[in-house]
Design a protein around this ligand. Structure first.
Ligand SMILES: C[S@@+](CC[C@H](N)C(=O)[O-])C[C@H]1O[C@@H](n2cnc3c(N)ncnc32)[C@H](O)[C@@H]1O
Length: 295
């Protein structure tokens, strides 16, 4: 049954008599779908988070019945498109520029040349993959750090950054490279000047030269086995594993290892993986990071 479209964009307005609480069976059905498709298991205490966000999309789409919306999500191409929208609301995209400065420092101080004379040792292409890149602040921060480091050395280099996420909406922001003034408060003034241009509407856009270095691509971290990509010198996967249970974290990280070049480095967020070991990997110690290097 489709209801009249009600115009709203504020989550706080969404729970209304129009949408009764999900019963246990409905809740189980939605959480099972989310877990099957994304691996994310929502505990009971997140019930209102799920209900609020499902209701928001139902309202935007003109649905008033949970089952009708569930059937819609599971039918045909329209269902696939709508799932992409819903998944954006059910995943957390919190991020910011320079959120992980220690990870950038590791890349610049340990993996890139430190003297101009060493530039020849750099691989032909320095490939980085940001897994769970959200709206792009992480891959762009890495791109700026690498570019700054290499240009200060006066090295010619080629950097390719792949940035992937499950949310197409988040990726669209990254691809546009447009950020609010609020987001810019973490960007050092000299980087703001070098890598951004101010738009008339008060927002800032990453310069096209840097944008071209970052390729945004939709990928579900649970289905990485299907990705047709080459080997990476660095894989960064931060603040994504926390949404998964321990066995899934291990499985995701084991899969990422397969995409690392020899001596490639995997950087996770501190505390996101405990008691993990892999026959091809060794710890790569660097202050305030959790990193491993392919042997
Ligand atoms: C909290 S953000 C982290 C962003 C960035 N890495 C950082 O640390 O600032 C987590 C991101 O992981 C993405 N994500 C969650 N589950 C995913 C999955 N199964 N596959 C790919 N990305 C996923 C979310 O869409 C979200 O953008």
């Amino acid at each position: 049954m489709r209801a009249e479209l009600v115009e709203t964009s504020k989550k706080s307005k969404l729970i209304s008599p129009q949408f009764p609480e999900m019963d246990n069976q409905q809740y189980a059905q939605w959480t099972a779908l989310l877990e099957k498709r994304t691996g994310i298991r929502l505990p009971e205490k997140r019930r209102s988070f799920l209900t609020t966000n499902v209701c928001m999309r139902m309202r935007e789409m003109g649905f008033s019945d949970y089952q009708d919306y569930f059937n819609h999500i599971n039918t045909g191409n329209d269902g696939k498109v709508e799932w992409d929208q819903l998944v954006h609301h059910l995943t957390v995209h919190e991020t910011r520029f320079l959120r992980h400065e220690a990870s950038q420092d590791l890349i610049c101080q340990k993996l890139l040349p430190q003297r101009k004379a060493d530039c020849k040792k750099l691989p032909h292409t320095f490939n980085v993959w940001s897994v769970g890149c959200a709206t792009g602040e992480e891959p762009y921060s890495i791109a700026m750090a690498i570019d700054e480091h290499m240009s200060q050395l006066g090295c010619e280099y080629y950097m390719g950054i792949m940035a992937s996420d499950i949310s197409r909406s988040a990726l669209a922001v990254g691809r546009s490279g447009i950020y609010s003034a609020q987001k810019m408060k973490y960007v050092p003034p000299q980087w703001r000047q070098k890598y951004f241009s101010a738009n008339k509407d008060g927002k800032y856009q990453i310069n096209s030269e840097l944008r071209q270095r970052v390729c945004f691509h939709q990928a579900n971290v649970l289905e990485l086995g299907k990705m047709p990509i080459g080997y990476m010198d660095v894989i960064v996967c931060q603040n994504l594993l926390i949404y998964y249970d321990q066995p899934r974290r291990t499985k995701i990280v084991d899969t990422l290892v397969e995409y690392l070049a020899p001596k490639g480095v995997l950087i996770l967020a501190v505390g996101e993986l405990i008691h993990w070991s892999h026959p091809d990997m060794e710890r790569f110690p660097f202050a305030n990071t959790l990193a491993y290097r392919r042997k």
